[in-house]
Design a protein around this ligand. Structure first.
Ligand code: NAD
Length: 311
């Protein structure tokens, strides 16, 4: 049963440290990787980059580095953005049939002339560690997920690690995207640990957003709008999870990374809050590693105990 979190010293919200929670999960995953290697298979993630967005290259490098740190093998495939869509589809097919590859993701966005939906549908659902393929989405919605999308799964694990009980809580999710808002809401309503919350999904057409967010015991902000949610929109003692990553220009000309929550004002009302950076981001990265290890375990039929890391 959800209980409001009492704010820490000076009436300020506790900070939920995603970096340290993720670091613990990564340690457990390192042990799981060793189990797989001892059984004769090194879990391997293939990433494909064909993106016009320069930030995509940074994201891919981070994913590759994360894998290497844990002993997960990598394939790093890069295609010119003006290559024909068929080239990307052939690459996906090669990686789908490559027995050494357990997980496969194509970094979004892809080049404009490529239909991203078709890209997702061509990935083998067993290798779909982003959990974007309709088969994996369908399983999640039906209540028997194979893989959970990394960001909402990371949030679920972060709440569990913080001792936040979602059962019976009023959860409000701001944002209805395919990768964050909707799967987050799906996880919250599941009849399962980390679920059983009464869940509201707000979006760009929601009227009186503040009235909805003020109902939240657990508030997840994933709108991609800098500092959309301030302290006046938060119920006292609520747990606030800030998914947003927005770069904004300040008046002094400097740029800064901010979330979808106005952190300083929210801290005065919330009971606990995730910072940006250092909150949801590291959890998302950890859960991609989790899905890759799980993909290797499922496809190789090698038992590994992942219960401490995810569900
Ligand atoms: P998106 O643009 O696909 O979706 C945003 C959603 O917010 C939409 O459903 C829209 O209806 C809703 N929305 C927009 N303005 C709103 C408003 N004023 N009021 C209510 N709802 C509104 O974005 P996304 O991919 O879900 O990402 C959201 C944010 O999270 C972005 O800042 C993104 O960079 C960040 N993100 C962070 C991580 C992480 O690991 N930390 C992962 C994914 C996305």
């Amino acid at each position: 049963m959800f209980k409001p979190v009492h704010a820490g010293c000076l009436g300020m919200a506790d900070i939920i440290d995603g970096d340290s929670i993720a670091a613990e999960l990564r340690e457990d995953l390192t042990a799981a990787v060793e189990t797989l290697v001892d059984a004769g298979h090194r879990p391997t993630l293939a990433t494909v980059l064909m993106s016009p967005d320069p930030a995509s290259e940074t994201y891919i490098s981070m994913k590759q580095d994360d894998c290497e740190e844990l002993g997960i093998g990598t394939r790093d495939v890069r295609l010119d953005t003006d290559a024909p869509a068929e080239r990307l589809f052939e690459t996906i097919e090669q990686l789908n049939t490559d027995g050494a590859v357990d997980g496969l993701l194509v970094q979004s966005p892809v080049a404009d002339h490529v239909d991203y939906r078709e890209v997702i549908e061509r990935i083998d659902p067993m290798k779909d560690v982003d959990a974007f393929h309709p088969e994996n989405v369908g399983r999640l919605v039906a209540g028997y997920p194979r893989y959970k999308p990394c960001t909402p799964h990371g949030i679920q694990q972060m709440l569990a690690a913080t001792g936040v009980d979602t059962e019976g809580a009023d959860a409000v999710v701001v944002g209805r995207s395919r990768i964050v808002g909707r799967p987050m809401a799906n996880l919250f309503v599941q009849r399962a640990p980390g679920g059983n919350a009464t869940t509201t999904v707000c979006h760009s057409r929601t009227e009186d957003l503040a009235a909805k967010t003020r109902q939240a015991d657990i508030l997840v902000a994933a709108a991609g709008v800098p500092e959309l949610v301030d302290g006046s929109m938060i119920q006292e003692g609520a747990v606030v999870v800030d998914v947003g990553i927005n770069r904004v220009e300040r008046e002094n000309g400097e740029s800064e990374l901010v979330g979808d929550v106005a952190f300083e004002s929210a801290r005065e009302t919330a009971g606990a809050i995730t910072p940006v950076p250092g909150g949801v981001g590291p959890m998302t990265r950890a859960m991609l590693l989790y899905n890759t290890v799980k993909a290797a375990s499922l496809q190789r039929d090698i038992d590994v105990d992942l219960s401490a890391v995810g569900s």
